[in-house]
Design a protein around this ligand. Structure first.
Ligand SMILES: Cc1ncc(COP(=O)(O)O)c(C=O)c1O
Length: 385
């Protein structure tokens, strides 16, 4: 059975060899410390679990949800945007519930990309922009290198001639942990308006921030709603990656297009998940702060400091993250080779090549493990690497 031509355009899966080596190490009884995946180890907040328990017991919450999601969930998103970003939205026109941000990111191209349309994609980046979204919609990804000297921002002027239909950007950024300030967000929106490019802004890590930094929303920029859609994930904010709930807000035509695609593919997330996620969003206070998020971020910040200080003392180049649970580390040699030598000491990291071609000498460390595990990994690196 022949795969479609579109499927054949997906890049080859490059981690097979590394995964095989990992399985072998496990078989040998090596105590592997995984600092590779972006899946929080911390539990969901108690108020989410309680709400989920209550909502799941209500028989009405087991019916199909609307493709755009339940009205009360969308209203909760609107309230949250007001508290968190001082942005006003309309729950009917500007908001859609998603089965995770990933689903919306993949489906937005189905709504707006025709075969051969160019889509600007950061390099490195979350692979779904280029693959699940662009290539699987017969679009053509055009990679924009993220320049370390420019705070891991692409130089947008270099891409005017591409006449792209759509652009993905993501700050706080996976995998580089870079953040963007309001001036840069204004630049992005101006570029999208001037060049008639649909701006898909992935703000999935907006809540994972440290040292007093607060990530802005693209919707705070004047004119953004004319060109942009912003994706959010409840996965990282509330440690519920398996719950599959996120949302997107922004330009009503973009929201409508996404809703139309979803109506042909799936329904909204389970109603009980939307209702529990509403409770979680409602837990933010009027000033846009959440006790749960503050506590979680203080735990991540401690872990970040342990790993960052060790890596720096060992001479590795790595910007100190103000956000996300990743560290983007210059390992000074081929990232796959480095990852293999880390495996030899029982520590799993993600080679940078998994996020694009541009940073072959970088690896991504994730701090979604307890501090004690990170300390053990650091000791192994100091003693055995
Ligand atoms: C940049 C980025 N966007 C989106 C997602 C997916 O989020 P969700 O779990 O809501 O689908 C991830 C998950 O790792 C991510 O790193």
């Amino acid at each position: 059975m022949e795969l479609s031509e579109r499927m054949k355009k997906l890049p080859p899966y490059i981690f097979a060899e590394l995964e095989k080596a990992m399985i072998q190490k496990k078989k040998e009884g090596v105590d592997l410390i995984s600092l590779s995946i972006g899946d929080p180890d911390l539990p969901p907040p108690e108020f989410f679990i309680q709400a989920l328990r209550d909502e799941v017991l209500n028989p009405d919450n087991h019916k199909y949800s609307f493709s755009q999601g339940e009205r009360d969930f969308r209203e909760a998103v609107v309230d949250w945007y007001g508290k968190r970003f001082s942005v006003e939205l309309d729950p009917e026109e500007d908001v859609i519930a998603l089965i995770g941000a990933k689903e919306g990111i993949a489906n937005i191209s189905r709504a707006f990309i025709d075969p051969g349309d160019r889509v600007l994609v950061p390099d490195p980046s979350y692979p779904v922009y280029a693959n699940g979204s662009t290539i699987l919609s017969d679009g053509v990804p055009v990679f924009m290198p993220l320049d370390a000297d420019n705070g891991f921002k692409p130089c947008l002027d270099d891409f005017v001639d591409q006449k792209a239909k759509m652009m993905f950007l993501n700050y706080p950024n996976n995998p580089t942990a870079a953040v963007a300030d309001m001036d840069y967000l204004r630049e992005i929106v101006d570029f999208a308006l001037e060049n008639d490019v649909i701006l898909c802004y992935d703000n999935s890590y907006s809540e994972i921030t440290f040292d007093g930094y607060r990530a802005p929303s693209i919707m705070e920029v004047e004119g953004a709603k004319d060109v942009a859609i912003e994706f959010h994930s409840c996965s990282k904010t509330f440690n519920i990656t398996g719950g599959r709930i996120g949302f997107a807000v922004g330009n009503p035509r973009l929201i409508q297009g996404l809703t139309k695609v979803k109506a042909q593919i799936d329904s909204g997330p389970p109603i009980y998940i939307q209702r529990a996620a509403k409770t979680a969003l409602d837990s933010y206070n009027g000033d846009g702060y959440s006790e749960h998020v503050d506590l979680m971020n203080s735990i991540y910040a401690e872990r970040r400091d342990v790993l960052y200080n060790t890596l720096r003392s060992m001479g590795y180049g790595c910007p100190k993250p103000k956000a996300t649970f990743y560290l983007w580390v210059d390992c000074g040699r081929d990232s796959m080779e480095f990852a293999k030598s880390m495996l030899d000491i029982g520590v799993v990291v993600t080679p940078g090549i998994g996020f694009g071609e541009h940073y072959r000498n970088h690896v991504r460390f994730s701090i979604t493990r307890p501090k004690e595990d990170i300390e053990r990994a650091c000791r192994r690196m100091e003693e055995e690497l």
